[in-house]
Write a protein that binds this ligand. Structure first.
Ligand SMILES: Cc1cc2nc3c(=O)[nH]c(=O)nc-3n(C[C@H](O)[C@H](O)[C@H](O)COP(=O)(O)O)c2cc1C
Length: 351
């Protein structure tokens, strides 16, 4: 067995296998004795999507859930203090580790296997047991709930989710951030160990050749004037429609703590889906943009406000959100062939 610091580094290593928006990995760590501090690195996810840091809080919630699962499996008991410096502070959690008996954690083996699958799924209906397992995994987090849209509701949710892509390719900030986070070759992905490997984007060989052209904002603007950005949502619409279900994780309340819990619930659903052999892809940009529309409408162009209002109405039709709850993540789910290439992570540095 290693020293306490080595063991904690190993557990943090499972933590960082968590998903994060554009694989930004918005975290850093400090180790003080047997206390691990999880720090929010605000320099990492500066995307227009990360409105009021909500995408980062979701990622941190997923990271904390991985740490909880790995700790129990490896024989540690945790004492957690969330936001010890208040919700505005950069310290997300202080975690004290103490030795305990290892517990059977069925989700533990799936931390390393979980990934975002952006390819086409097989849209066969979910089995009742699958629905129950997914619901139970989310319900294990206090205040969190899972809404599943299948059949006609799935098509409606698909339309809402895919309208994000029009805005993504018409908003310079969103466009530039996305293209800055694409790693165009295996060598580049290996060197950066963040961002998204082009091979994980779900593109067919022809699209893989054409996609780099869209990196040029000037060319994209010309293509958009010919209607490209209004056609782009069709691809994600078909991907969502061809999945077994669209899902929405919601959480009671609002603010940083709610997003943190929501992120933990998302991670449990995602690991459970992985355990059940199901693929999973967040399709959630639209939720961040809607949040902006509600709280900072001036940051959204008039034409996009109309797109967002339509998406909002569609989401209301597809899902019955619980009163007082915040929608945390919209995703698609279904049986799919694993993508074969995984997104890499930066090494854990314990300061
Ligand atoms: C808050 C959040 C939002 C995300 N939104 C999207 C999304 O809209 N579309 C998508 O394809 N992936 C999305 N992802 C997935 C990340 O891009 C992915 O987790 C990251 O690139 C690492 O890859 P991995 O999940 O395969 O480990 C999101 C992840 C998080 C945590």
């Amino acid at each position: 067995m290693g020293t306490a610091a080595e063991e904690i580094r190993k557990i943090a290593g499972y933590g960082v296998m968590a998903p994060s928006g554009d694989n930004c990995q918005p975290w850093a760590f400090r180790l003080k004795g047997d206390i691990l501090e999880v720090i929010d690195d605000r320099t990492r996810d500066t995307s227009f999507y990360n409105f009021r840091n909500t995408a980062s809080y979701i990622a941190h919630g997923a990271l904390l859930e991985n740490i909880r699962i790995a700790s129990r499996a490896l024989g540690y008991e945790l004492t957690e203090e969330l936001f010890p410096d208040g919700e505005d502070g950069l310290t997300i959690a202080k975690i004290r580790f103490s030795k305990a008996h290892p517990l059977d954690e069925p989700l533990f083996p799936f931390i390393e296997i979980r990934c975002t699958n952006r390819f086409k799924y097989n849209g066969s209906p979910l089995a009742d047991e699958t629905r129950s397992a997914l619901n139970a995994s989310v319900a294990a987090v206090s205040g969190a709930g899972l809404l599943l849209a299948e059949g006609r509701a799935k098509d409606i949710a698909a339309k809402a989710a895919s309208s994000n892509d029009r805005i993504l390719f018409e908003h310079k900030g969103l466009h530039d951030f996305l293209f800055d986070h694409i790693r165009w070759s295996a060598k580049e992905a290996e060197a950066a160990r963040d961002g998204m490997d082009i091979r994980t984007l779900g593109l067919d060989p022809v699209q893989q050749r054409l996609f780099p052209l869209l990196r040029s904002w000037n060319l994209l603007r010309v293509l958009n004037s010919l209607g490209l950005s209004r056609m782009l949502p069709l691809q994600s619409y078909m991907l969502c429609k061809g999945s077994s279900a669209m899902g929405l994780v919601e959480v009671r309340g609002s603010g940083p703590r709610a997003y943190l819990s929501g992120g933990s619930a998302v991670q449990r659903a995602w690991l459970t889906a992985t355990m059940l052999g199901l693929s999973f892809q967040p399709m959630t940009g639209i939720l961040f943009l809607l949040n902006r529309l509600y709280k900072d409408a001036d940051s959204i162009a008039t034409v996009h406000r109309i797109v967002l209002k339509k998406a909002e109405a569609l989401l209301k039709e597809a899902f019955s959100l619980s009163p007082g709850s915040t929608p945390v993540m919209l995703f698609r789910i279904g049986p799919g062939k694993p993508p074969g290439v995984s997104s890499l992570r930066m090494p854990v540095v314990l300061k």
